[in-house]
Write a new protein. Structure first.
Length: 74
């Protein structure tokens, strides 16, 4: 089974990177949608990692993970 996640990296007001991950996104999510989500997160200004504000976008990636179950419980 393949699952997808979006990993977003933001710059904080103390000039450090902060990573946020959204798990179980739909496979067809687009670059434009991911960037729009980052813009919405910045505009909402509600996250305060370590008391700092998010000030800009640094990176964004969609990752896929394939999981193979090797054990079935009796």
């Amino acid at each position: 089974m393949t699952s997808y996640k979006i990993t977003m990296v933001f710059k904080t007001s103390d000039n450090k990177n902060h990573t946020m991950t959204i798990n179980d996104v739909r496979p067809a999510v687009t670059q434009a949608e991911a960037n729009a989500a980052m813009d919405a997160i910045l505009a909402a200004d509600i996250f305060r990692p370590n008391g700092q504000t998010l000030v800009s976008k640094v990176d964004c990636k969609k990752q896929d993970t394939t999981e193979t179950d090797f054990y079935d419980a009796p």
